[in-house]
Each structure stands twice: as C-alpha cells, then as structure tokens.
Design a protein around this ligand. Structure first.
Ligand SMILES: *Cc1c(COP(=O)(O)O)cnc(C)c1O
Length: 469
C-alpha cells in the first residue's frame, strides 16, 4: 500500500515511512492511495474474533508487508494487554436502539490510548530497523500529553519532551504525565500559558537545524497510523451488532475529525455503516461546514468538553480531498485559500457527497447535561461530557439502524461536570488509585526558546546513532 498527499505534490510513501512522517512536504496529509475493500464474507468471518485478531485483519492491507500478520499480532497483543477490559473496547447497551462503545479502558482513560499504545510499538519497531532515533515534542493542555507519555515511556529510540503550562492543568492531568518515571520521558512545566507552550513547540519545528539534528516528531492525529488503528473498533462493534447483514450507525464526539474520519474509512472499506453522526459542542465549525457550506473559523469557546474545543479540524482536509474527487492540486488551492482568509465555501456538490454518509449535530451544554442524566436514569451509566455530546446527537437522529455512541473518556476524568449534571461523583478506576500519591518528576523552565532547546539538546539523541568504531 502506498500513501499519497492530499495536496498532490509530495512523494508517495510506504507504511513504514508514513508512520514516521508528520505532515507531507507539500503541507498536505497522507491518505491511502486506494481504500482496501472487504467483501461481505470477509466481514462475516470477523464474527467472534478477539479485538487483537480483528485489528490484524483490518490493518493488514494498510501495513502492506511492512509487518507480517504474525508481527502485527504480537504487537497488538502487547498494546492491548494494557487495557483493563478483556474486550478492549466493550459495547454497553443503553436501550433498544442505543449503545455505548467504551474506548476508555486504556492507561490514561481516554480513547487516544487505543491508537497511541500501538503507535508507540510501531515507532520502536521501525526505528530499530534502521538504527534511528526520534525526539517527540508536544505541547499539551492535558489529555494528549498523558496518552503519548504512557505509550512512549521506556520505548527504545524515542525521547519524549512534553511541555505543559505550569499550574494550568488539573492535578489529575498533571499527575497522569509526571508520575510516569522513565528515563526517556521529560516533562517540562513552562512558566506561561498553553499558547506559550504551543508557540515554543512550533518554533522548535521551524528551527530546521534543530529539528533535523534531533529528528523531531509529533504524535498528533494527523499521523496516518493513528487513524488506521481507530478503524478497528468500528469493525469490531458493527460485527457484534449484526454487520454485514445489518447496517449500524455511529455518533462521534468530534474535535480534530480523526475519530469520525476513521469511521468514514471503515465505510469506504465496505463496512455497512448507515449514518456517521458528527457531534460538536458550541464550537460548531464542522456542523456549519457540512450543513451550509460555511467552513469559516470563529473564536474558540471553552466548554465542559475541552477536547472538542477546536476551530480548525486538521483531518477534515482528508475528507475534503475525497469529496473533491481526489484532485490534489485543486484541494491544495482551496486549502491555501482557507489558510489565508480563515474561510472557504464547501460547494453544494461536495456537501451532497458528504451527506451520503454524514449527519451533523451541534449540542449545547444544557442538552449535554440532559444526556448525562438520561444515561444515568435509563441504564445506570455515568458518561463523560464528550460522550454526552455524542449521545445527545444520537438521540436526535431519525435513522432506523442501531446507533453506537463512541464513549471517548472515562467519566472520572471529568468529575466536576458529571457531578454538576447528575449529582453523582464517578470513582477513579482501581488502576489510578495510586495516582494522587505517586512520585512526580518534572522540570520548570521559563518560556524561552533558547533555554528549552538547550535542555532538550542535553538529553535527546541525534537522529542517526554514530557508528561505533
Ligand atoms: C481527542 C478527543 C475527542 C475528539 O476526537 P477527534 O479525533 O479529535 O475528533 C473527543 N473526546 C475525547 C475525550 C478526546 O480526548
């Protein structure tokens, strides 16, 4: 399998190269050259398979020989052995029509673990083959940082430097990062706010000497392998609910458009998905873009579902590329227009294409709280604010198929919002009991590029190890 850029001007890559790459050199994102198709019989044959076996079948055509099925099986067995539920992503029935797909049984209690745990092992495997090292740098306001740190701790050939704004992340979020004591994990508390941290990370990537000397790498959701790893649970859930003989719909709490794009990929691969519901909070750019064509950036509103407080959803470009007939140069022109002016109009023809698969819904904070109460009253389930946005959207949908709402975070990660809506404080799972007392390790640094680069240069390894004499 080859991967091509959505802007048509970067070289195509194989799976190993695309896993280690960030953005394409033309500013685009990598997508598979063609969508692998699964015949009905191949989907039926997934019935009763474990999560790991399902993952091997779904990912094998994308990996295209970069790893054998046996190597994939070993890798997934290690990655998902860390989850605290034997089904990895269990389905929970809410009523006759609604289901939750719990994606939060990994080490940091959010769905990002599902992809990140395997991505860490893919990095280690591929870097080992060519004796290379990478330096992962990120700025986090909480969740992505802890998922990346947990996945990359103690991996060979990877050093992780995670910047968080000192005193501005919750204690649980900070401790999920700083209590991971590993020689390759470096938490940096920046004397500044999140924007300062993000600006410093961008500046390091733009410092091309520094970036190439230490092979800087990012692990955000533009990484193709992360998306591929998320396709798996759409197959796993749909097959359990009757696919390929019965279509299923999914409602997805959406921020960067990575998770719902993985659902779209599953549909392109032949999984009978009826509707994909793009659920947004008050930050509703995707709802406007797919509904009326108004793809224009507003200001970010802070909500109780912070992982969806996003204006520009990077992965949306991948969908637009398909909707525009996979014409890279036309897509590049349209994206450059969007970047220059902060808005483009999605043409009616492309919106009609999207409407074959997608519905959208904007859910405000009152509806979000009502969905939390409904889940508690009807089935005794506590759900987090992100999940509640998607459940509210699912309840509004008029489709006939069963609707699976993706539960993207454990409710205990957002205790205050859950208490405010339901009066009940969800408990931290047993695996996090030691979190509040464990040893912490982090370094406080000023928001100064030179000081931070010096700190990293002392600890990171050059991209290619110097050959031993
Ligand atoms: C990241 C995240 C989302 C949004 O997922 P995208 O792939 O960015 O659309 C939703 N909920 C939670 C809890 C998240 O951490």
């Amino acid at each position: 399998m080859r991967y091509i850029s959505t802007r048509g001007a970067a070289p195509s890559l194989d799976f190993e190269a695309v896993t280690l790459a960030g953005l394409a050199s033309d500013g685009g994102l990598y997508v598979p050259e063609t969508w692998p198709r699964f015949a009905k019989g191949a989907i039926s044959a997934m019935n009763g398979l474990s999560y790991v076996e399902t993952a091997v079948r779904v990912c094998s055509p994308f990996v295209g020989g970069a790893l054998s099925d046996a190597e994939l099986r070993t890798l997934f067995t290690a990655a998902y052995g860390n989850f605290d539920h034997a089904a990895v992503t269990p389905l929970v029935q809410l009523d006759q029509r609604h289901w939750l797909l719990e994606l939060f049984h990994g080490p940091t209690l959010a769905f990002k673990d599902v992809a990140m745990q395997s991505l860490g092992l893919l990095f280690q495997t591929f870097l080992g083959r060519s004796d290379r090292h990478i330096t992962v740098i990120g700025a986090t306001s909480g969740d992505t940082g802890s998922a990346a740190i947990n996945a990359l701790a103690r991996r060979d050939r990877v050093e992780v430097f995670m910047l968080h704004p000192q005193g501005r992340v919750s204690e649980v979020q900070r401790r999920q990062m700083t209590t991971v004591i590993a020689p390759n994990v470096h938490n940096i508390a920046i004397e500044g706010n999140f924007d300062d941290a993000q600006r410093l990370v961008k500046a390091m990537f733009n410092d091309t000497d520094f970036a190439s000397r230490f092979a800087l790498s990012a692990v955000n959701s533009i990484n193709w392998a992360r998306l591929m790893l998320q396709i798996v649970y759409y197959f796993y859930a749909a097959v359990r609910l009757g696919a390929p003989d019965r279509p299923v719909s999914f409602s997805v709490p959406t921020g960067n458009f990575g998770d719902v794009y993985a659902g779209y990929a599953a549909r392109q691969m032949g999984l009978p998905i009826d509707r994909l519901i793009v659920a947004t909070n008050e930050n509703d750019i995707l709802h406007r873009a797919l509904g009326t064509g108004d793809y224009s950036v507003g200001t970010v509103t802070a909500t109780a579902s912070p992982s969806m407080d996003i204006q520009v959803s990077s992965n949306f470009e991948r969908l637009l590329f398909d909707l525009a007939g996979r014409d890279g140069s036309a897509n590049a022109a349209s994206m450059r227009g969007f970047e220059a002016t902060g808005g483009v109009v999605i043409p009616a023809g492309q919106r009609a294409g999207a409407a074959l698969a997608f519905d959208t819904a904007r859910v405000d904070s009152a509806e979000m709280a009502a969905a939390m109460r409904w889940a508690q009253d009807h089935s005794g389930q506590h759900i987090d604010p992100h999940t509640a946005i998607a459940l509210a959207a699912a309840q509004r949908s008029s489709c006939d198929s069963p609707v699976v709402t993706l539960a993207t975070a454990h409710p205990a990660k957002f205790q205050d919002a859950v208490v405010a809506a339901t009066g009940v404080r969800p408990e931290l799972p047993a695996r996090l009991k030691g979190l509040m007392t464990g040893e912490e390790r982090f370094t406080v640094l000023p928001a100064d590029l030179g000081k931070i680069e010096a700190f990293i240069a002392e600890r990171a390894r050059p991209a290619f190890a110097v050959a031993a004499e």
